[in-house]
Design a protein around this ligand. Sequence first.
Ligand code: UDP
Length: 234
Amino acid sequence: MTKFKRILIKLSGEALAGSKGVGFDYNTVMSVVEQLKQLVEQGTEIAVVIGGGNFWRGRSSEQMDRTKADQIGMLATVMNALYTAEICRSQGLNAVVQTPFQIGTMTEVFTKEKAIHYITNNTVVFFAGGTGHPFFSTDTGAALRGCEIEVDALLFAKNIDGVYDSDPKLNPSAKKFDQLTCKEILDKDLKVIDGTAASLCMEQKLPILVFGLNIENSIIKAVSGENIGTLITN
Ligand code: UDP
């Protein structure tokens, strides 16, 4: 019996890259896909948002126009979703990619109704292209789509096993939080999710679980309600 019935999983682009840091790490993606398959077979309804940081992040220089840089970033998220959805299909798990804008026949344009139809029929939906607008992040895209399709929780799978009061790579005595509120994230300016996403989750009372993707079966454990990572509530 799982704790959450309908979830949206946000994977950072870098998490997909594994230890390489760029591009895809096949074993990491396979491990994610195997967990998604097991969860769908158990009746969990799953949407996925993948960042783009393994291909592109922000501007390459101060001279570069932010809107153009962000458009490249949004397209990087489409590559990640197309790749991971294809690995799902190769493993016998139905998957579709929806974007907020048209990209010919490569993806479908997002609608709430179609997305809910898919996830309630054993199909994983990848929301690529973020919000479709520059000056936003895939964290915000994940929070927005999570609210729209009425998920029970947002699951943020990261390269780090939860939320800390400072960077544990720089500060060996950094303290990990078991639980936090969105307001604390905003007040303490913790960099775990961006402020726009935290505000939306606070307003909509959407819980967020932040955990490490590299822990074995971490997605399954998170959906089952095991005490991994940091739970962010209102
Ligand atoms: N992006 C955007 N609007 C959105 C979502 C993403 O412009 O709604 C762009 C932005 O340039 C961002 C990039 O896509 O830097 C990749 O997304 P993100 O940084 O959230 O990826 P992650 O850090 O999770 O890999």
